[in-house]
Design a binder for this molecule. Sequence first.
Ligand code: FAD
Ligand code: DLZ
Ligand code: SF4
Length: 507
Amino acid sequence: MLKTLRFILGDQLSRELASLRDIDAGTDVVLMAEVMDEATYVRHHKKKIAFVFSAMRHFATELQDRGYQVDYRRLDDRQYGKSLRATLVQAVKRHRPDRVVVTEPGEWRLLTDMRDWQSACGRPVEIRDDDRFLCARKQFNDWFDAQKQPRMEYFYRQMRRQTGYLMVADKPAGGRWNFDTENRNPLKDNVELPAIKQFRPDAITADVLTLVDERFADHFGELTPFRFAVTRSQALAVLRHFIANALPRFGDYQDAMLQDERFLFHSILSLYLNIGLLTPREVCDRVENAYQSGHVPLNCAEGFIRQIIGWREYVRGIYFHEMPDYADNNYFSAQGKLPVFYWTGETDMNCLHQVISQTRDEAYAHHIQRLMITGNFAMLAGVAPGEIHDWYLRVYADAYEWVELPNTLGMSQFADGGLLGSKPYAAGGNYINKMSNYCQHCRYKVSAKSGPDACPFNYLYWDFLIRNRDQLEHNRRLAFPYKHLARMSEERIAQIHRDSRRFLQSL
Ligand code: FAD
Ligand code: DLZ
Ligand code: SF4
């Protein structure tokens, strides 16, 4: 029997992982390592590091309990290196395997590095496809290259046909593919919100929290209270809780935001899916069952399944199809620095204050908060895409580049010039006021268009359209605002410039 060293990364905590599939408990060794390079290649949120380390330690324990030999390197083990590659080289010397098996990582920088591991460690290194996704990279590339307009909606329909989710024979359940228009209700203060499922840290997590507190004290974010699930059985409990309590109204309020309410009807499942504790298939299977048994309406099941088999798979496909050049995209040539308040939350703009404070505390914000508050503001203010990409990758517990980069650069900043989205998600205060009650608690007036008390989103929105006219005015989906702009007086345009310059200089 070949003795195999199976190197499992921090976001590969799945029992059915390709590189664990043919494991032989008698001969093989599983290698897992907490390393400084992965914890600091961007300075991740403290909660994210604690989540990854704790879930890794629990996963290693679970494998050991099942009789597998695990070489688990803690961050404090001095004799191993500070990178994954150095760790592997040391582990090969120690275990003398015939070969090394890994699963491809979710970030390009590591995939590039991994391709050199064979020469670095002197053993054959087999890199297996990550088949935890529903659409293989090759399948996505073939689909993408054959399309004139490779939009998510068409990809999604193909994935519905392929998986059979919410299909009646070859037709979509309810006669429509997409119930997005029914998923845009604002929330009233008096709608009862479900509690979220949380867990008390056990001894393993408590050790990790001490480590993170000591070693990463200067990283962004609050470490405690730490309430994430860190095992598969806990993650399954979160999934069950979501389906029972939040999914029945998930669709209706998918785009809503509410002062001091951080989770609403969202699932908080991305961190468990992305680290491997749950699979997209089992999550969708259960949602489909909940729909078939009449527990949730179609618009909620469809809205949720679309995010998983549509957006999640689509952004991964785009990432690997377009990298490595994708990260350099800057369609608007934006060069601005990220405002300091993205790290402190200290701003009079209540919507940004709410979302950034919540991000600091929870390492979580839901989609519309990421897209229409922090993302929208950065784009309107002309922040360089690289700066905002770095921020998103650091601050969210679910952030890995394969999913974060296309969402940030493509969807939220339109920095890819429209590869991922058909128009920029740019909006003034009216949108935020419609979808939230943030403006009621803000020192700025959302109804005012100019002057020091006006909502900054209002003039920055027009300033953005004026500044980027050459890149945007031919976009048919922006015909309406550009028509409006054409009718604006010179004095009004000059006022927009003045307000925008005054405001941006004050940051
Ligand atoms: P729910 O609202 O409950 O949605 C259900 C699931 O659908 C999520 O758990 C997630 O797995 C999937 N999903 C929903 N939207 C997307 C999407 N656009 N792309 C991929 N999957 C999606 N998601 C990440 O997982 N990691 C990131 O680093 C990340 N960065 C983002 C950055 C920006 C600028 C934007 C606009 C979005 C980003 N997203 C990211 C997508 C989305 O915001 C999160 O997946 C979602 O907020 C996670 O919360 P949830 O689990 O409660 O999601
Ligand atoms: C995110 C992360 C962190 C913080 N630490 C580790 C680690 O110490 N060891 C490890 O194997 N993985 C870690 N990860 C996850 C990796 O960064 C992730 O596997 C790559 O970014 C590829 O997606
Ligand atoms: Fe945000 Fe403007 Fe509303 Fe204030 S008024 S919360 S800045 S949208």
